[in-house]
Design a protein. Structure first.
Length: 270
């Protein structure tokens, strides 16, 4: 059968430029798979109530008395230098995870006041992260990963250079797998009774600006999830311009890496 001129021309072009065309296809970054939950910045009283319940229940699993103490709104929940992120099931609407960010746009964070930070951590935008909590269940690890991606992308968008955190065992090992490093000399911990249930915690830091390169060079299993894939269910860029988040957005403008990594789904333990 004779082919049309257009068909022959198309096939000839494919033969000549096939390698280049395949490269273009291979380089195209397809959106990430839909998540069973969505993440956004808390901006209503109802959303904040959901976040408070999740973290009180989660902390209460380890220290019941401390969990009960968390069933109230804290000053940092509504402070001008803070914001709370909430993960909600797309099926039931119930909250499945939360974390809180306290920036140093309005003043030093708790960790900046509690210890003397290394010189390289001073004079830069910092996001101090606390109250990370997830509902116990099969999606717990995925919720933690997605909350961390929301945190990471928020810091990139607001030009925050460093993420600081304190963590008890074994949560500290989760953060180290993500790329966090010790602030204090190895083995040293910080006693933080007032909002960690009177336990020793490990102060850690994370470089927002270096993370992409280090994940890529280490062939970290988290790289695709954190950097290459788009997740529309992580809604920080739409919600960050709404309601409670409006002042925060404007304020932002004013002011052992290598080794064998676990699978991506194992990065964050529940």
């Amino acid at each position: 059968m004779l082919r049309s001129r257009e068909d022959r021309t198309q096939r000839t072009g494919e033969a000549k430029h096939g390698a280049r065309q395949v490269d273009v296809v291979d380089q195209y970054i397809r959106p990430g798979d839909p998540l069973p939950f969505r993440i956004r910045v808390v901006r209503t009283d109802d959303q904040l109530s959901k976040a408070i319940k999740v973290r009180a229940d989660a902390y209460g699993r380890h220290t019941p008395g401390f969990g009960d103490a968390l069933r109230v709104i804290e000053a940092d929940d509504v402070g001008r230098g803070s914001l709370v992120m909430l993960a909600e099931s797309k099926v039931t609407g119930e909250a499945v995870g939360t974390l809180r960010i306290h920036t140093n746009f309005q003043g030093p964070t708790y960790l900046e006041r509690a210890i003397t930070l290394p010189a390289f951590l001073k004079g830069a935008g910092i996001a101090y992260v606390t109250r990370l909590a997830v509902v116990k269940g099969p999606n717990g690890s995925s919720v933690k990963l997605a909350l961390f991606k929301a945190l990471y992308r928020y810091c990139l968008a607001t030009q925050i250079s460093w993420i600081l955190a304190v963590a008890r065992e074994p949560v500290d090992r989760d953060l180290v797998r993500l790329g966090f490093l010790d602030i204090l000399p190895s083995g040293m911990k910080l006693r933080r009774p007032e909002d960690f249930g009177d336990v020793d915690v490990r102060p850690l830091f994370f470089s927002v600006l270096e993370a992409e390169r280090e994940w890529r060079e280490a062939r970290h299993p988290l790289y695709d999830f954190m950097v290459r894939k788009a997740h529309p269910d992580i809604e920080i860029f739409t919600s960050v311009s709404s309601s409670w988040a409006n002042p925060r957005q404007s304020r932002a403008y004013r002011s052992a890496r290598e080794g064998n990594w676990p699978e991506a789904a194992q990065i964050m333990a529940v």
